[in-house]
Write a protein that binds this ligand. Structure first.
Ligand code: SAM
Length: 176
């Protein structure tokens, strides 16, 4: 079975956009407990690497790092683990919310910016990026940058994402 409910969200996104192809190189940011990693391996990705602050039980077919993605050098470790430029960068990174709306929003935006920056720097041309985002989180700056760097940028709310949550996913297709 899948390790997380989150797995169903990636399944829905991938059924719609066909991002995970046989042999794809995939990097997953904020990967614990490993649901998205399982989906990527299961759908035939050729090389999969994930990182989380938390330890992730091993998943055959993947390399899993326990680290803070924002620390220097972790990005390169992920690239080395898949052996070069990724075809797909995924980020489901989220902080434990502190309950203070503005603080939570700022932290969320910071993580999206870091993930987007990594995707823009490392994806091969034609590569794709998926990131968790929150409605009302004012990701305006990062959105404008993604629109410059990718052919298509969409917001997706999977049916498996709780309707009463502000969670949405940014899907950026076809890096220039
Ligand atoms: N997609 C995962 C799955 O399918 O199992 C669920 C991911 S969970 C919603 C979000 C994760 O982001 C948490 O496990 C958290 O530890 C991780 N996270 C938050 N900030 C991080 C950071 N700076 N570096 C690495 N992981 C981080």
């Amino acid at each position: 079975g899948w390790r997380s409910r989150a797995a169903f969200k990636l399944i829905e996104i991938d059924d719609r956009f066909h991002l995970i192809k046989r042999g794809s190189k995939v990097i997953d940011l904020g990967a614990a407990p490993g649901g998205w990693i399982q989906v990527a391996v299961n759908r035939g990705a050729g090389a999969v690497a994930g990182v989380d602050l938390l330890m992730i039980e091993p998943i055959p077919g993947s390399t899993l790092l326990q680290a803070d993605f924002t620390h220097p050098g972790v990005d390169q470790q992920l690239i080395d683990a898949i052996g070069g430029a990724p075809d797909l960068v995924l980020s489901d990174m989220a902080h434990n919310t502190v309950g203070h709306r503005q603080t939570d929003h700022l932290k969320i935006i910071a993580l999206i910016e870091i993930a987007a920056d990594f995707a823009i720097r490392t994806l091969r041309p034609g590569g794709n990026f998926v990131s968790k985002n929150f409605q009302g989180g004012d990701a305006g700056g990062v959105l404008a940058r993604l629109r410059e760097e990718f052919e298509t940028v969409k917001y997706v709310k999977p049916a498996s994402s709780r309707k009463d949550s502000a969670e949405v996913f940014l899907v950026a297709l076809n890096k220039r």
